[in-house]
Design a protein around this ligand. Sequence first.
Ligand SMILES: NC(=O)c1ccc[n+]([C@@H]2O[C@H](COP(=O)([O-])OP(=O)(O)OC[C@H]3O[C@@H](n4cnc5c(N)ncnc54)[C@H](O)[C@@H]3O)[C@@H](O)[C@H]2O)c1
Length: 246
Amino acid sequence: MKLSGCVSLITGGARGIGKEIALTFAREGSDVAITDLNLEGAEKTKQEVERLGRKGIALKVDVSRFDDVTSVIKKVLDEFSKIDILVNNAGITRDQLLIRMREPDWDRVMATNLKGVFNFTRSVAREMIKNRKGRIINIASVVGITGNIGQSNYAASKGGVIIFTKSVSQELASRGITVNTIAPGLIDTEMTREFTETLRESLLKRIPLQRMGHPEDVAKVALFLAGEESSYITGQVIHVDGGMVM
Ligand SMILES: NC(=O)c1ccc[n+]([C@@H]2O[C@H](COP(=O)([O-])OP(=O)(O)OC[C@H]3O[C@@H](n4cnc5c(N)ncnc54)[C@H](O)[C@@H]3O)[C@@H](O)[C@H]2O)c1
């Protein structure tokens, strides 16, 4: 098993990509802390982690609230004594053309998608520095590279995650910690099931591999970045998008 004896913390682990990453890591031997705004969903993921024979803990937290994040990380450390792998996955969209975008749509997306990544990384990095070992994996989006109509807030937040990753990877490399980003394209989750059929079809036309991605496609790359095989990779953006953006 690739993550035997490891402890992982996944944000937004109640469903979708975060849940799949939690279960993939558990199958590879990691104990998993699942955090989410949706405690009921996080509890379900935890039960599935336990059915795979690993320890789990489910905690409710809004990633955008610094003090709450600090106390959640303390609880995880009380339970597991260390955190080897952090996956910053929680994210939201509030799509609107710029001219119609309301200030709360901007603020909420930035607070969740970008400040949330800062909040968790800042607190977990202290522990990883002490252990001189760690893996941080941030889930951005191809939209953070290309931009997109109706998603200026989301694209700016994900572009921010990419450049945050590059900066922090340079700060933490000498402490044995790697920091990388995954940029998914169009992945079949509840987030994208809200899209209209017309939008999904127009997006599909832009994917050379001619299908939507599955959460497993992202989880497999997260596993690679969490494990030993990627020990010489840091500060990178890995696209999981069927060739959508080259
Ligand atoms: N699905 C896609 O096509 C796609 C594409 C590119 C990037 N992504 C990114 O991948 C990540 C996961 O996406 P998904 O499709 O699984 O989404 P999802 O909506 O299915 O799951 C997101 C999870 O994050 C949680 N969450 C939202 N706001 C939170 C907050 N403030 N605090 C704590 N938890 C919060 C939600 O409760 C939910 O469980 C997101 O960052 C998303 O932007 C998804």
